[in-house]
Design a protein around this ligand. Structure first.
Ligand SMILES: [Zn+2]
Length: 349
């Protein structure tokens, strides 16, 4: 019986070697320790063992049993650990690495400027209306009193599309679109993108944005005085209460009389510097009383209605406000530039 036990032991331990699989381990467990296994069979035959030998054989059986049990436990533990290591390796997961920080975005400086500009006009009672980027010749030029031979209509300035359409070259089409479908009194600002065949440079971009504004009421109610009041109020709210504002006589096809508006140079405050070419002033926008031909084009009788209109470039106004000297910075999306406006964005939201 001792020999039999020794045989069971050596066979079991040989099968429970370092490379044993889960199935092999289970086989040994059932064969040796199972209810009808080898050790159960030995115990059943203990009757045949002479009395004086029984304690020693019993001890041998118990030792063999715990030796096999311990070996199986150790191997199972080893298999479990190897399995976990394998799955961790496959997932390439290092649970000790810190989490990935996903930065929050913020508003672009031009968006911030445009929102601020529209807020100021809204506070003055203007309604914000967006109109289309793709236009026809009538709404972009004809109705705005551009003569047929006006240089802006030349191929080199305008992106023409098939079917007589084009990309609007200014937001003034908003004036025509709104007046065509509504009757005065109107106080409207139209923000939007405009397109011209310019190379991207320090001062120009093929795509830029403008805000067009206009106010129309019964003839004589809205005067040049209102135009000056609204724009002066706007410019001082946007650039600062001590900003100087002046109106200079000018010419545009769609206004008569027309005025260009300057603000005192933000760098030298009027003393004269290189940026303002020693004049102390910077040109900021164009404006005027809406031309009678424009009113006629939308079906208004110029003896019945009158009003003013103005338009300004959002990027250009932002450049001046932020003291930036290169328009391209707004389009390159360099985070080192854009991140400087994070605090302003968070303050505005
Ligand atoms: Zn200056």
């Amino acid at each position: 019986m001792r020999e039999q036990l020794e045989e069971i032991r050596s066979r079991a331990l040989a099968e429970l070697g370092a490379g044993a699989t889960e199935a092999q381990i289970e086989n040994v467990r059932v064969r040796v320790l199972g209810r009808t296994g080898e050790l159960t069979e030995i115990m059943r035959r203990m009757r045949e063992v002479p009395n004086e030998e029984r304690p020693a054989i019993g001890r041998l059986i118990n030792e063999l049993k715990s030796e096999v049990e311990n070996r199986i436990a150790a191997l199972s533990e080893e298999l479990k650990r190897a399995g976990m290591e394998r799955s961790l390796g496959e997932a390439r997961l290092d649970v000790t690495l810190p989490g990935m920080h996903i930065p929050r975005g913020w508003l672009h400086p031009v968006t911030l400027s445009r929102e601020r500009m529209l807020d100021i006009f809204s506070e003055m009672g203007f309604e914000v209306v967006e109109t289309q980027d793709v236009e026809d010749d009538f709404h972009n030029f004809g109705a705005l009193n551009f003569p047929a031979d006006h240089p802006a209509r030349e191929m080199q300035d305008t992106f023409f599309l098939p079917g007589g359409l084009l990309l609007r070259t200014h937001t003034s089409n908003g004036q025509i679109r709104v007046m065509e479908r509504r009757r005065p009194p109107l106080a409207i600002v139209c923000p939007g993108n405009c397109y011209r065949r310019d190379e991207l440079s320090v001062r120009a971009s093929p795509m830029f944005s403008q805000i067009e504004g206009f106010m129309v009421d019964r003839a004589g109610v809205i005067t040049m005085g209102h135009l000056k009041g609204v724009l002066t109020e706007f410019l001082r709210a946007f650039f600062g209460a001590d900003t100087g504002v002046r109106f200079r006589s000018s010419f545009f096809p769609f206004t008569e009389p027309s005025a260009e508006v300057d603000i005192s140079c933000l760098l030298c405050h009027g003393a004269g510097c290189r940026v303002c070419k020693q004049s102390g002033w910077t040109e900021i926008l164009g404006s005027g009383m809406i031309h009678p031909n424009v009113l006629r084009a939308v079906g208004y009788d110029p003896t019945e209605f009158s009003g003013f209109a103005f338009g300004m470039g959002v990027e250009r106004t932002s450049l001046l406000k932020l003291g930036v000297d290169d328009l391209r910075l707004f389009f390159e999306n360099d985070l080192r530039f854009l991140s400087q406006f994070r605090a302003a964005s968070e303050a505005a939201s």
